[in-house]
Design a protein around this ligand. Structure first.
Ligand SMILES: [Zn+2]
Ligand SMILES: [Zn+2]
Length: 221
C-alpha cells in the first residue's frame, strides 16, 4: 500500500518515513485520528456536547447583559458620588451584606435600558434587574429624598432585589431596619419618601400594621 503525502499529494512507497519529494512526515494521520475518536466514550462525547451548549448559553447571556448595560446612560460624576455616600451610610450602619452587593456586583444606570423601557411601570425611585444586577436610578431618586440617609433607604430596598427577594421581603426588611439605619419617625416622619415607603410597606406586608393601639397601627413603633 502506498502512502499519500498530506503536503504535496505524492504517492510514496509504504516503507518510507518521509515524503521523497518534500520531506513531509508520512504518519498515518487520518487513520490515527479516527481511531482516537472511536476510543472516546459516549459519556465523554455527551460531556463535550454539554460544554459547547453551556458555552453558547454563557455567550448569549453575556451578550444580553451587554445589550442592557449598553442601551442605558451611566451615572454622572455627581450622581455616582451621591450613590457612594449613601452606600457609605449603609456600611457605617452595619449592612455589610447589602453593601457588598451594591458596591461590587451592581451596575448602576441613570436611565432605562431597552428591557425596562419596554414595560409600563409606576413612577419609581429605582428599578433592579435580577439576576443581572443592573440598577436604574431615576431622577426621583436624586430629587425627592431629604438626604443621603433616605437614598440609603431606597438602596437598601433595591439591595434585597439584588439578592433575589421580592417586594414583600424588601419592604419588610427596610421597615424593620429603619431605626438601625437612622431613618427615624422624629426626623423623617413627614418626608415624601417616608410616606411612600410606609404606604407601600402596609400594602406588601400588612401583618406589620395590625397593632390597633400604635400610631398607623404600626407594630414596629
Ligand atoms: Zn510530499
Ligand atoms: Zn421593590
Amino acid at each position: 500500500m502506498n502512502k499519500k503525502c498530506q503536503n504535496c499529494e505524492l504517492n510514496n512507497f509504504h516503507t518510507v518515513e518521509n515524503c521523497v519529494r518534500c520531506n513531509f512526515a508520512l504518519g498515518e494521520i487520518t487513520v490515527e485520528s479516527s481511531a482516537t475518536e472511536k476510543k472516546q466514550s459516549l459519556g465523554f462525547r455527551i460531556l463535550k456536547r454539554a460544554a459547547v451548549c453551556f458555552g453558547v448559553v454563557l455567550f448569549t447571556v453575556f451578550g444580553f447583559y451587554l445589550s442592557l448595560i449598553g442601551t442605558a446612560e451611566t451615572l454622572s460624576y455627581e450622581q455616582a458620588t451621591t450613590v457612594n455616600n449613601s452606600i457609605k451610610i449603609l456600611e457605617d450602619r452595619g449592612f455589610s451584606k447589602e453593601v457588598f452587593y451594591l458596591r461590587y456586583l451592581t451596575a448602576f444606570r441613570a436611565s432605562d435600558h431597552w428591557l425596562n423601557a419596554s414595560v409600563v411601570k409606576e413612577a419609581a425611585y429605582a428599578a433592579t434587574n435580577y439576576p443581572f444586577e443592573i440598577m436604574t436610578l431615576y431622577p426621583d431618586f436624586f430629587n425627592y429624598p431629604l438626604d443621603d440617609v433616605e437614598r440609603a433607604v431606597i438602596l437598601l430596598h433595591e439591595a434585597k432585589h439584588l439578592q433575589g427577594e421580592g417586594e414583600k421581603e424588601a419592604y419588610k426588611f427596610v421597615w424593620e431596619n429603619r431605626k438601625k439605619l437612622g431613618w427615624t419617625k422624629e426626623r423623617y416622619g413627614r418626608s415624601v419618601v417616608w410616606k411612600n415607603v410606609r404606604k407601600q410597606t402596609k400594602e406588601f406586608a400588612p401583618t406589620l400594621f395590625i397593632c390597633k393601639f400604635s400610631e398607623f397601627e404600626d407594630c414596629t413603633e
